[in-house]
Design a binder for this molecule. Structure first.
Ligand code: G3H
Ligand code: 13P
Ligand code: ZN
Length: 322
């Protein structure tokens, strides 16, 4: 089937109590690892491309890689989404250039300005059959060149969501309930420690999610910054020359709980980067004489595939839903 929008997937996900995985893609091996996993477990999928990914790999290369995946996976619905579109021009370029979904992220702007920019993108996108994700509230962490400190971050205010959605006409809404971008989501000071001495992050604000979904019945909610930072890969990186102390993410059980509620799209990027980097570091340590990129990218791609399968089945609950 051709690329799809997220409309149908979100409706089914909302009603079925699961979420669609949205994974960032930057090169062929990442596209292959993710899509082979989704094909194997029969899961609908969102492949997303950031401004940084377009700068790194080039818009056309990424679209063509995704189109190749669509041909290789004819039985699963795949949407191609712009992640964190910074302005109208970038969104327009992706809408004109084959994407089926875009995010306009004007969450750092004042409320009225966020509405104005989002509305303009929605009008253009809807005229071209493309859907729009918008954001209210600010997540801590780093995305492209925007760094939001923990002090600047703030939760979504539920009392703003109805006005925002009705005035902009957006199709889904990303909210801030305590997730954040990157592999360092929480400082040790923000966490407690369990009996094994491991860092335990503060729980997500399910009360805010609940209140938002009461005010927007049936409306798809999106969670960004939802990597769980698998300690297996942090350890692999550190055991093979890396230095990633105290990297900790969102516990998977909490993401599963969010997926049962109004959250229909969960964004995961950093976990795949950790899997790829850990695998390649280990490969080089074990095989210092090797230099063929195919030899070290092959196990990296295989580990991305295994990790995505685990997410689709155990975290998002969307296996078998294609
Ligand atoms: O939220 C951002 C995504 O992880 C994409 O990261 O901007 O480094 O491509 P990037
Ligand atoms: P992570 O950094 O937690 O993987 O979040 C990715 C994301 O939100 C992409 O938009
Ligand atoms: Zn994000």
């Amino acid at each position: 089937m051709p690329l799809v929008t997220t409309t149908e997937m979100f409706k089914k996900a909302y009603d079925g109590g699961y979420a669609i995985g949205a994974f960032n893609v930057n090169n062929m091996e990442i596209v292959q690892g993710i899509t082979e996993a989704a094909r194997e477990v029969n899961a609908p999928l969102i492949l997303q491309v950031s401004k940084g990914a377009r700068a790194y790999a080039n818009h056309t290369y990424l679209v063509k890689l995704v189109e190749a995946a669509v041909i290789e996976c004819p039985n699963i619905p795949i949407a191609l989404h712009l992640d964190h579109g910074p302005d109208f021009e970038t969104c327009k370029s992706c809408i004109d250039g084959g994407f089926t979904s875009v995010m306009i992220d004007a969450s750092s702007k004042p409320f009225a300005e966020n509405i104005e920019i989002t509305k303009k993108v929605v009008e253009y996108a809807h005229d071209h059959g493309v859907v729009v994700e918008a954001e209210l509230g600010a997540l801590a962490g780093i995305e492209d060149d925007v760094k939001v400190s923990a002090e600047e971050s703030h939760y979504t205010k539920p009392e703003e969501v109805e006005e925002f959605v009705s005035k902009t006409g957006c199709d889904s809404l990303a909210i801030a309930i305590g997730t954040s971008h990157g592999a360092y989501k929480f400082t040790a000071a923000q966490c407690t420690r369990n009996e094994k001495g491991e860092l335990v992050p503060p729980p997500l604000r399910f009360d805010i999610l609940e209140e938002v979904s009461k005010r927007l019945p049936g409306f798809p909610i999106v969670l960004h910054g939802s990597s769980s930072v698998p300690q297996e890969y942090v350890k692999m990186i550190n055991a093979n020359g890396g230095k990633m102390p105290d990297a900790v993410g969102i516990p998977e059980e909490q993401l599963r709980q969010a997926a049962r509620m109004a959250v229909c799209k969960i964004n995961i990027d950093s976990d795949l980067r950790l899997a790829m980097t850990g695998t390649i570091r280990q490969f080089f340590n074990e095989h210092p004489d090797k230099f063929d990129p195919r030899e070290y990218l092959k196990p990296a791609r295989a580990n991305i595939k295994e990790l995505v399968k685990h997410k689709l089945i155990n975290v998002l609950g969307c296996d078998g839903k294609a």
